[in-house]
Design a protein around this ligand. Structure first.
Ligand code: ADP
Ligand code: ASP
Ligand code: MG
Length: 411
Protein backbone atom coordinates (compact mmCIF):
# COMPACT_ATOMS: atom_id res chain seq x y z
CA UNK A 1 0.00 0.00 0.00
CA UNK A 2 1.41 3.34 -1.07
CA UNK A 3 0.50 7.01 -0.76
CA UNK A 4 0.24 8.85 -4.06
CA UNK A 5 -0.35 12.51 -4.72
CA UNK A 6 -1.94 12.66 -8.18
CA UNK A 7 -2.28 15.97 -9.99
CA UNK A 8 -4.61 16.18 -13.00
CA UNK A 9 -4.26 19.15 -15.37
CA UNK A 10 -6.85 21.24 -17.19
CA UNK A 11 -7.44 19.00 -20.21
CA UNK A 12 -7.67 15.95 -17.93
CA UNK A 13 -10.61 17.55 -16.10
CA UNK A 14 -11.87 19.55 -19.10
CA UNK A 15 -15.35 17.96 -19.27
CA UNK A 16 -17.69 15.82 -17.19
CA UNK A 17 -16.58 12.75 -19.19
CA UNK A 18 -12.95 13.48 -18.36
CA UNK A 19 -13.75 14.02 -14.68
CA UNK A 20 -15.56 10.67 -14.65
CA UNK A 21 -12.47 9.09 -16.23
CA UNK A 22 -10.26 10.62 -13.50
CA UNK A 23 -12.66 9.19 -10.91
CA UNK A 24 -12.22 5.75 -12.53
CA UNK A 25 -8.47 6.08 -12.38
CA UNK A 26 -8.43 7.19 -8.74
CA UNK A 27 -10.88 4.37 -7.90
CA UNK A 28 -8.51 1.79 -9.37
CA UNK A 29 -5.75 2.94 -6.99
CA UNK A 30 -8.13 2.89 -4.03
CA UNK A 31 -9.27 -0.63 -4.93
CA UNK A 32 -5.65 -1.76 -4.79
CA UNK A 33 -5.49 -0.31 -1.29
CA UNK A 34 -3.40 2.76 -2.04
CA UNK A 35 -4.06 6.10 -0.38
CA UNK A 36 -4.62 8.95 -2.80
CA UNK A 37 -4.50 12.71 -2.45
CA UNK A 38 -5.71 14.34 -5.68
CA UNK A 39 -4.77 17.88 -6.78
CA UNK A 40 -6.83 19.38 -9.58
CA UNK A 41 -6.54 22.24 -12.05
CA UNK A 42 -9.50 24.18 -13.36
CA UNK A 43 -11.18 22.87 -16.53
CA UNK A 44 -9.01 23.76 -19.52
CA UNK A 45 -9.60 27.33 -20.70
CA UNK A 46 -11.34 28.33 -17.47
CA UNK A 47 -8.48 30.31 -15.92
CA UNK A 48 -8.07 32.25 -19.18
CA UNK A 49 -11.82 32.87 -19.29
CA UNK A 50 -11.77 34.28 -15.77
CA UNK A 51 -8.81 36.54 -16.53
CA UNK A 52 -10.72 37.71 -19.62
CA UNK A 53 -13.73 38.64 -17.48
CA UNK A 54 -11.54 40.72 -15.20
CA UNK A 55 -9.84 42.42 -18.15
CA UNK A 56 -13.23 43.30 -19.62
CA UNK A 57 -13.79 45.49 -16.57
CA UNK A 58 -10.32 46.96 -16.17
CA UNK A 59 -6.93 46.51 -17.81
CA UNK A 60 -5.26 46.48 -14.39
CA UNK A 61 -7.45 44.47 -12.01
CA UNK A 62 -6.72 44.71 -8.30
CA UNK A 63 -4.31 41.81 -7.57
CA UNK A 64 -6.22 40.64 -4.49
CA UNK A 65 -9.53 40.49 -6.32
CA UNK A 66 -7.96 38.85 -9.36
CA UNK A 67 -6.71 35.99 -7.15
CA UNK A 68 -10.15 35.63 -5.54
CA UNK A 69 -11.56 35.36 -9.06
CA UNK A 70 -9.06 33.02 -10.77
CA UNK A 71 -8.93 30.60 -7.85
CA UNK A 72 -12.61 29.72 -8.39
CA UNK A 73 -11.93 27.45 -11.37
CA UNK A 74 -10.30 24.82 -9.18
CA UNK A 75 -13.14 24.89 -6.65
CA UNK A 76 -15.51 23.66 -9.37
CA UNK A 77 -13.45 20.63 -10.40
CA UNK A 78 -12.62 19.40 -6.88
CA UNK A 79 -16.30 19.26 -5.90
CA UNK A 80 -17.29 17.51 -9.15
CA UNK A 81 -14.58 14.88 -8.75
CA UNK A 82 -15.69 14.14 -5.18
CA UNK A 83 -19.26 13.62 -6.43
CA UNK A 84 -17.98 11.26 -9.13
CA UNK A 85 -15.94 9.29 -6.56
CA UNK A 86 -18.87 9.10 -4.15
CA UNK A 87 -21.07 7.79 -6.98
CA UNK A 88 -18.55 4.96 -7.32
CA UNK A 89 -18.85 4.13 -3.63
CA UNK A 90 -15.67 5.85 -2.41
CA UNK A 91 -15.55 8.41 0.34
CA UNK A 92 -14.01 11.66 -0.78
CA UNK A 93 -13.66 15.22 0.51
CA UNK A 94 -12.64 18.36 -1.33
CA UNK A 95 -10.68 21.24 0.15
CA UNK A 96 -9.67 24.66 -1.12
CA UNK A 97 -6.09 25.79 -0.50
CA UNK A 98 -7.20 27.91 2.46
CA UNK A 99 -9.10 25.01 4.02
CA UNK A 100 -6.10 22.68 3.92
CA UNK A 101 -4.28 25.12 4.81
CA UNK A 102 -1.62 25.89 2.26
CA UNK A 103 0.10 28.93 3.72
CA UNK A 104 1.85 31.25 1.23
CA UNK A 105 3.56 34.62 1.25
CA UNK A 106 1.58 37.71 0.25
CA UNK A 107 2.65 37.93 -3.41
CA UNK A 108 -0.67 37.80 -5.27
CA UNK A 109 -0.57 35.88 -8.57
CA UNK A 110 2.92 34.51 -7.85
CA UNK A 111 2.75 33.45 -4.21
CA UNK A 112 5.23 30.97 -2.78
CA UNK A 113 4.19 28.16 -0.47
CA UNK A 114 5.63 28.51 3.03
CA UNK A 115 3.91 25.79 5.01
CA UNK A 116 1.26 23.12 4.65
CA UNK A 117 -0.88 21.72 7.45
CA UNK A 118 -1.28 17.98 7.03
CA UNK A 119 -3.43 16.93 10.03
CA UNK A 120 -6.78 17.17 8.29
CA UNK A 121 -5.58 15.31 5.20
CA UNK A 122 -3.98 12.60 7.33
CA UNK A 123 -7.10 12.01 9.37
CA UNK A 124 -9.20 11.81 6.17
CA UNK A 125 -6.76 9.29 4.70
CA UNK A 126 -6.84 7.29 7.91
CA UNK A 127 -10.65 7.25 7.67
CA UNK A 128 -10.37 5.78 4.17
CA UNK A 129 -11.24 8.96 2.28
CA UNK A 130 -9.78 10.30 -0.93
CA UNK A 131 -8.60 13.87 -0.32
CA UNK A 132 -9.15 16.23 -3.25
CA UNK A 133 -7.33 19.57 -3.07
CA UNK A 134 -7.69 22.64 -5.28
CA UNK A 135 -4.41 23.31 -7.06
CA UNK A 136 -2.86 26.69 -7.80
CA UNK A 137 -4.06 28.41 -4.62
CA UNK A 138 -3.17 29.13 -1.03
CA UNK A 139 -3.83 31.59 1.72
CA UNK A 140 -1.56 34.33 3.08
CA UNK A 141 -0.94 35.00 6.80
CA UNK A 142 -3.85 37.49 6.83
CA UNK A 143 -6.32 35.01 5.37
CA UNK A 144 -6.32 36.40 1.82
CA UNK A 145 -6.58 33.98 -1.10
CA UNK A 146 -3.39 33.83 -3.18
CA UNK A 147 -2.47 32.00 -6.38
CA UNK A 148 0.82 30.41 -7.34
CA UNK A 149 1.36 31.53 -10.95
CA UNK A 150 0.17 29.92 -14.19
CA UNK A 151 0.61 26.17 -14.16
CA UNK A 152 0.79 26.37 -10.35
CA UNK A 153 -1.22 23.21 -9.68
CA UNK A 154 1.95 21.24 -10.45
CA UNK A 155 3.59 23.01 -7.53
CA UNK A 156 0.63 22.31 -5.24
CA UNK A 157 0.98 18.62 -6.14
CA UNK A 158 4.70 18.46 -5.42
CA UNK A 159 4.39 20.51 -2.23
CA UNK A 160 1.65 18.24 -0.88
CA UNK A 161 3.70 15.17 -1.79
CA UNK A 162 6.67 16.63 0.12
CA UNK A 163 4.58 17.57 3.15
CA UNK A 164 2.86 14.15 3.28
CA UNK A 165 6.06 12.26 2.40
CA UNK A 166 4.17 10.53 -0.40
CA UNK A 167 5.72 7.59 -2.19
CA UNK A 168 5.36 9.39 -5.52
CA UNK A 169 3.96 12.59 -6.96
CA UNK A 170 2.23 11.76 -10.25
CA UNK A 171 1.52 14.58 -12.68
CA UNK A 172 -1.23 13.37 -15.06
CA UNK A 173 -1.51 15.42 -18.23
CA UNK A 174 -2.47 15.23 -21.91
CA UNK A 175 0.84 13.72 -23.08
CA UNK A 176 2.27 10.44 -21.78
CA UNK A 177 5.48 11.86 -20.36
CA UNK A 178 8.28 14.33 -20.90
CA UNK A 179 9.46 14.24 -24.50
CA UNK A 180 12.73 15.16 -26.18
CA UNK A 181 10.85 18.27 -27.31
CA UNK A 182 7.21 19.39 -27.47
CA UNK A 183 5.51 16.46 -29.26
CA UNK A 184 2.94 18.89 -30.63
CA UNK A 185 5.66 20.61 -32.64
CA UNK A 186 7.96 17.73 -33.58
CA UNK A 187 6.12 14.53 -34.47
CA UNK A 188 9.22 12.38 -34.14
CA UNK A 189 9.82 13.53 -30.54
CA UNK A 190 10.35 10.62 -28.13
CA UNK A 191 9.20 10.04 -24.60
CA UNK A 192 12.07 9.97 -22.14
CA UNK A 193 12.15 7.10 -19.63
CA UNK A 194 13.79 9.45 -17.17
CA UNK A 195 15.27 12.92 -16.99
CA UNK A 196 17.31 14.51 -14.19
CA UNK A 197 15.89 17.28 -11.99
CA UNK A 198 18.60 19.56 -13.27
CA UNK A 199 17.71 18.95 -16.90
CA UNK A 200 13.97 19.21 -16.23
CA UNK A 201 14.55 22.51 -14.46
CA UNK A 202 16.41 23.88 -17.49
CA UNK A 203 13.77 22.53 -19.88
CA UNK A 204 10.99 24.15 -17.83
CA UNK A 205 12.85 27.46 -17.45
CA UNK A 206 13.62 27.53 -21.16
CA UNK A 207 10.02 27.13 -22.25
CA UNK A 208 8.81 23.49 -21.87
CA UNK A 209 5.58 24.13 -20.01
CA UNK A 210 4.87 20.47 -19.21
CA UNK A 211 5.86 21.20 -15.59
CA UNK A 212 5.84 24.53 -13.78
CA UNK A 213 9.42 25.59 -12.95
CA UNK A 214 8.71 25.92 -9.24
CA UNK A 215 7.34 22.39 -9.02
CA UNK A 216 10.64 21.03 -10.34
CA UNK A 217 12.65 23.23 -7.96
CA UNK A 218 10.52 22.03 -5.08
CA UNK A 219 10.79 18.37 -6.05
CA UNK A 220 14.58 18.64 -6.40
CA UNK A 221 14.95 20.41 -3.07
CA UNK A 222 12.75 18.02 -1.08
CA UNK A 223 13.69 14.90 -3.06
CA UNK A 224 10.10 14.18 -4.08
CA UNK A 225 9.85 11.22 -6.49
CA UNK A 226 8.13 12.84 -9.47
CA UNK A 227 6.56 11.24 -12.53
CA UNK A 228 4.76 12.74 -15.54
CA UNK A 229 2.10 10.49 -17.09
CA UNK A 230 -0.96 10.55 -19.32
CA UNK A 231 -4.40 10.70 -17.75
CA UNK A 232 -5.78 9.04 -20.88
CA UNK A 233 -3.50 6.11 -21.72
CA UNK A 234 -1.70 3.79 -19.30
CA UNK A 235 2.08 3.72 -19.36
CA UNK A 236 5.20 4.30 -17.27
CA UNK A 237 5.49 8.01 -18.14
CA UNK A 238 8.72 9.83 -17.34
CA UNK A 239 10.48 9.69 -14.00
CA UNK A 240 12.36 12.80 -12.86
CA UNK A 241 15.45 11.55 -11.07
CA UNK A 242 18.73 12.58 -9.58
CA UNK A 243 21.72 12.14 -11.85
CA UNK A 244 23.04 8.63 -12.20
CA UNK A 245 26.82 9.04 -12.33
CA UNK A 246 27.28 5.45 -13.42
CA UNK A 247 25.14 5.91 -16.50
CA UNK A 248 27.85 6.06 -19.14
CA UNK A 249 25.34 5.75 -21.96
CA UNK A 250 23.61 9.01 -21.19
CA UNK A 251 22.87 11.02 -24.31
CA UNK A 252 24.73 14.26 -24.92
CA UNK A 253 21.44 16.09 -25.36
CA UNK A 254 18.28 15.06 -23.52
CA UNK A 255 15.92 17.59 -24.97
CA UNK A 256 15.22 20.77 -26.89
CA UNK A 257 13.19 23.57 -25.34
CA UNK A 258 11.90 26.69 -27.02
CA UNK A 259 10.14 29.87 -26.13
CA UNK A 260 8.25 32.38 -28.26
CA UNK A 261 7.55 34.74 -25.38
CA UNK A 262 10.62 36.92 -25.70
CA UNK A 263 11.48 40.23 -27.34
CA UNK A 264 14.86 41.81 -28.01
CA UNK A 265 15.91 45.42 -27.45
CA UNK A 266 19.15 47.16 -28.44
CA UNK A 267 20.58 50.48 -27.36
CA UNK A 268 22.75 51.48 -30.30
CA UNK A 269 25.85 53.67 -30.03
CA UNK A 270 26.26 53.68 -26.25
CA UNK A 271 29.42 55.49 -25.01
CA UNK A 272 31.88 52.77 -23.93
CA UNK A 273 32.41 53.97 -20.36
CA UNK A 274 32.03 52.30 -16.94
CA UNK A 275 28.55 52.11 -15.47
CA UNK A 276 26.65 52.00 -18.73
CA UNK A 277 25.13 48.53 -18.20
CA UNK A 278 23.72 49.54 -14.86
CA UNK A 279 22.37 52.84 -16.22
CA UNK A 280 20.54 50.90 -18.94
CA UNK A 281 19.30 47.96 -16.90
CA UNK A 282 18.73 49.81 -13.59
CA UNK A 283 15.54 51.56 -14.72
CA UNK A 284 14.34 48.34 -16.39
CA UNK A 285 14.67 46.27 -13.22
CA UNK A 286 13.17 49.08 -11.11
CA UNK A 287 10.09 48.77 -13.32
CA UNK A 288 9.97 45.08 -12.27
CA UNK A 289 10.83 43.88 -15.75
CA UNK A 290 12.88 40.71 -15.85
CA UNK A 291 15.84 40.63 -18.22
CA UNK A 292 16.93 37.32 -19.69
CA UNK A 293 19.88 37.27 -22.12
CA UNK A 294 22.33 40.18 -22.28
CA UNK A 295 24.97 40.89 -24.92
CA UNK A 296 27.33 43.84 -25.08
CA UNK A 297 29.41 44.11 -28.21
CA UNK A 298 33.10 44.97 -28.23
CA UNK A 299 33.46 48.71 -28.65
CA UNK A 300 34.53 49.97 -32.08
CA UNK A 301 34.57 53.76 -32.29
CA UNK A 302 34.42 54.28 -28.50
CA UNK A 303 30.75 53.31 -28.63
CA UNK A 304 29.10 49.96 -28.29
CA UNK A 305 25.71 48.28 -28.79
CA UNK A 306 23.92 46.82 -25.80
CA UNK A 307 21.26 44.16 -26.44
CA UNK A 308 19.01 42.22 -24.06
CA UNK A 309 15.78 40.24 -24.07
CA UNK A 310 12.62 40.62 -21.96
CA UNK A 311 9.23 38.91 -21.89
CA UNK A 312 7.26 39.87 -24.99
CA UNK A 313 4.50 41.39 -22.82
CA UNK A 314 7.05 43.85 -21.43
CA UNK A 315 8.34 44.93 -24.85
CA UNK A 316 6.50 48.25 -25.25
CA UNK A 317 7.05 49.23 -21.63
CA UNK A 318 10.79 48.51 -21.89
CA UNK A 319 11.05 50.46 -25.15
CA UNK A 320 9.55 53.54 -23.49
CA UNK A 321 12.05 53.26 -20.63
CA UNK A 322 14.96 52.92 -23.06
CA UNK A 323 13.94 55.94 -25.08
CA UNK A 324 14.55 58.02 -21.98
CA UNK A 325 17.84 56.24 -21.27
CA UNK A 326 19.04 56.90 -24.85
CA UNK A 327 18.80 60.64 -24.41
CA UNK A 328 20.31 60.60 -20.91
CA UNK A 329 23.28 58.51 -22.05
CA UNK A 330 23.79 60.29 -25.35
CA UNK A 331 23.38 56.99 -27.18
CA UNK A 332 22.39 56.93 -30.86
CA UNK A 333 19.03 55.14 -30.74
CA UNK A 334 17.02 52.26 -29.40
CA UNK A 335 15.86 49.48 -31.69
CA UNK A 336 13.88 46.35 -31.00
CA UNK A 337 12.34 43.19 -32.37
CA UNK A 338 9.46 41.31 -30.78
CA UNK A 339 9.35 38.53 -33.37
CA UNK A 340 12.17 36.46 -31.97
CA UNK A 341 12.31 33.03 -30.36
CA UNK A 342 14.76 31.23 -28.13
CA UNK A 343 15.81 27.66 -28.84
CA UNK A 344 17.85 25.70 -26.30
CA UNK A 345 19.50 22.31 -26.21
CA UNK A 346 19.69 20.75 -22.76
CA UNK A 347 21.61 17.79 -21.38
CA UNK A 348 23.89 16.79 -18.51
CA UNK A 349 25.88 14.79 -21.06
CA UNK A 350 27.23 18.12 -22.36
CA UNK A 351 29.59 18.28 -19.39
CA UNK A 352 31.67 15.48 -20.76
CA UNK A 353 31.33 16.21 -24.48
CA UNK A 354 33.10 18.99 -26.31
CA UNK A 355 31.77 20.44 -29.54
CA UNK A 356 28.08 20.42 -28.67
CA UNK A 357 27.66 24.17 -29.21
CA UNK A 358 29.49 24.13 -32.51
CA UNK A 359 27.33 21.26 -33.72
CA UNK A 360 24.28 23.34 -32.84
CA UNK A 361 25.65 26.35 -34.74
CA UNK A 362 26.56 24.18 -37.77
CA UNK A 363 23.06 22.73 -37.89
CA UNK A 364 21.49 26.18 -37.85
CA UNK A 365 23.97 27.47 -40.45
CA UNK A 366 23.08 24.60 -42.78
CA UNK A 367 19.46 25.71 -42.60
CA UNK A 368 20.52 29.33 -43.24
CA UNK A 369 19.18 30.41 -39.87
CA UNK A 370 20.93 33.45 -38.45
CA UNK A 371 21.85 33.36 -34.75
CA UNK A 372 21.22 36.72 -33.09
CA UNK A 373 22.31 35.98 -29.52
CA UNK A 374 23.91 33.06 -27.68
CA UNK A 375 24.03 32.09 -24.04
CA UNK A 376 25.46 28.97 -22.44
CA UNK A 377 25.65 27.23 -19.10
CA UNK A 378 27.13 23.90 -18.05
CA UNK A 379 24.17 21.89 -19.32
CA UNK A 380 22.52 24.10 -21.95
CA UNK A 381 23.12 26.24 -25.01
CA UNK A 382 20.47 28.79 -26.00
CA UNK A 383 20.23 30.88 -29.14
CA UNK A 384 17.90 33.65 -30.20
CA UNK A 385 16.66 33.46 -33.79
CA UNK A 386 13.86 34.98 -35.86
CA UNK A 387 10.54 33.50 -34.76
CA UNK A 388 9.61 32.44 -38.28
CA UNK A 389 12.46 29.89 -38.27
CA UNK A 390 11.60 28.39 -34.88
CA UNK A 391 9.98 25.15 -35.99
CA UNK A 392 12.58 24.56 -38.68
CA UNK A 393 15.36 25.09 -36.12
CA UNK A 394 13.83 22.74 -33.55
CA UNK A 395 13.26 20.00 -36.14
CA UNK A 396 16.77 20.33 -37.60
CA UNK A 397 18.39 20.20 -34.15
CA UNK A 398 16.20 17.31 -33.07
CA UNK A 399 17.42 15.30 -35.99
CA UNK A 400 21.09 16.36 -35.93
CA UNK A 401 21.38 15.38 -32.26
CA UNK A 402 19.82 11.96 -33.10
CA UNK A 403 16.71 12.49 -31.04
CA UNK A 404 14.21 11.48 -33.74
CA UNK A 405 12.17 8.41 -32.89
CA UNK A 406 13.39 6.54 -35.97
CA UNK A 407 17.04 6.99 -34.90
CA UNK A 408 16.80 4.62 -31.96
CA UNK A 409 14.40 2.20 -33.62
CA UNK A 410 16.90 1.49 -36.38
CA UNK A 411 19.90 1.14 -34.05
P1 ADP B 1 -1.80 20.42 -17.95
O1 ADP B 1 -3.04 21.17 -18.32
O2 ADP B 1 -2.04 18.96 -17.74
O3 ADP B 1 -1.06 21.05 -16.82
P2 ADP B 1 0.08 21.59 -19.82
O4 ADP B 1 -0.55 22.12 -21.07
O5 ADP B 1 0.45 22.56 -18.77
O6 ADP B 1 -0.88 20.45 -19.24
O7 ADP B 1 1.39 20.73 -20.19
C1 ADP B 1 1.32 19.69 -21.12
C2 ADP B 1 1.78 20.19 -22.48
O8 ADP B 1 3.17 20.53 -22.42
C3 ADP B 1 1.72 19.18 -23.59
O9 ADP B 1 0.43 19.15 -24.18
C4 ADP B 1 2.81 19.62 -24.57
O10 ADP B 1 2.29 20.31 -25.68
C5 ADP B 1 3.63 20.62 -23.75
N1 ADP B 1 5.08 20.32 -23.78
C6 ADP B 1 6.05 21.23 -24.04
N2 ADP B 1 7.25 20.67 -24.03
C7 ADP B 1 7.07 19.35 -23.75
C8 ADP B 1 7.95 18.24 -23.58
N3 ADP B 1 9.28 18.38 -23.72
N4 ADP B 1 7.41 17.05 -23.29
C9 ADP B 1 6.08 16.90 -23.15
N5 ADP B 1 5.19 17.91 -23.29
C10 ADP B 1 5.67 19.13 -23.58
N1 ASP C 1 -5.55 26.69 -13.62
C1 ASP C 1 -4.26 27.29 -13.44
C2 ASP C 1 -3.67 27.73 -14.77
O1 ASP C 1 -4.24 27.54 -15.80
C3 ASP C 1 -3.28 26.41 -12.72
C4 ASP C 1 -2.94 25.10 -13.41
O2 ASP C 1 -3.67 24.63 -14.27
O3 ASP C 1 -1.91 24.52 -13.05
O4 ASP C 1 -2.63 28.30 -14.82
MG1 MG D 1 0.31 22.66 -16.67
Amino acid sequence: MALYVQKYGGTSVGSIERIEAVADKVSSFRRRGDDVVVVLSAMSGETNRLIGLAKSITSEPDPRELDVLVSTGEQVTIALLCMALQKRGFEARSYTGAQVKILTDRAYSKARIQDIETERMRSDLAAGRVVVVAGFQGVDPDGNITTLGRGGSDTTGVALAAALKADECQIYTDVDGVYTTDPRVVESAQRLEKITFEEMLEMASLGSKVLQIRSVEFAGKYKVPLRVLSSMVDGPGTLITTEDETDVEKPVISGIAFNRDEAKLTVVGVPDIPGVASRILGPVSRANIEVDMIVQNVAGDKTTDFTFTVHRNDYEKTKKILEKVVSELGARECSGDNKIAKVSIVGVGMRSHAGVASKMFDTLANENINIQMISTSEIKVSVVIAEKYLELAVRALHSSFNLDATDTVSE
